[in-house]
Design a binder for this molecule. Structure first.
Ligand SMILES: C[S@@+](CC[C@H](N)C(=O)[O-])C[C@H]1O[C@@H](n2cnc3c(N)ncnc32)[C@H](O)[C@@H]1O
Length: 189
């Protein structure tokens, strides 16, 4: 197998989630001129795609180091503008108060950071017609211990969202109820 070069590793860091790639245009179009939140943005790999498509993105994370490194690395590339246009907000999503008002954001992307306590805030802050894209961590290693039970995320969101895409995959030992979830929901009226 070919050894990875530093550029290969960098491209891996930047590669957005396939779910975000698939639905990015739809999320941006629905958001119109309102900002999209990238909740627990990490390096900003998902936010940069949305920004590249012309959307205002607010990147939220308790540790913005990776995002700032990425912005530095991208300053001599075609992604400079998209990365520099990101709004950045340092926030501990467990300890700090949710700062976004009712119906104030046009979309929410929440990849590989699952915190059910945030779900009511997602519901409240998303404008009608805006999309929530949520993807749990994959089911490798001991991840099943932090993954939701089958049906739990569907139940959490189906009242307020039209789930236009919803995929669960069972993970972990046969007698353990845990699934990975990928979902795209459109906020109802
Ligand atoms: C696995 S990374 C996922 C990053 C990004 N969403 C992605 O798909 O690449 C999880 C992120 O959650 C952030 N995080 C962990 N605990 C947090 C907290 N309490 N408040 C805000 N961000 C947190 C970490 O700093 C990290 O950037």
């Amino acid at each position: 197998m070919k050894r990875k070069t530093p550029i290969d590793s960098w491209m891996d860091t930047l590669r957005p989630s396939s779910l975000v790639r698939r639905f990015a245009s739809q999320i941006v179009d629905a958001a119109a001129s309102t900002p999209v939140l990238d909740v627990a943005c990490g390096s900003g790999r998902n936010a940069i795609v949305l920004s590249q498509l012309g959307c205002t993105v607010i990147c939220v994370d308790k540790d913005l180091t990776k995002l700032k490194i990425e912005q530095l690395r991208l300053r001599d590339t075609l992604l400079r503008k998209a990365s520099e246009q990101l709004s950045i907000l340092q926030l501990d999503l467990i300890k700090d108060a949710w700062p976004f008002g009712a119906r104030s954001v046009g979309g929410i992307v929440n990849v590989h950071f699952l915190l059910p306590a945030l779900f009511p805030f997602f519901e409240a802050s998303l404008s009608t017609g805006g999309y929530l894209l949520l993807e749990t961590v994959p089911g490798c290693g001991g991840n099943h211990l932090q993954l939701p039970k089958a049906g739990a995320l569907r139940s959490a969101f189906e009242k307020a969202f039209d789930l236009e895409f919803y995929k669960e995959c069972k993970v972990g030992p046969p007698n353990y109820d845990a699934v990975t979830v990928k979902l795209l929901g459109k906020r109802r009226e």
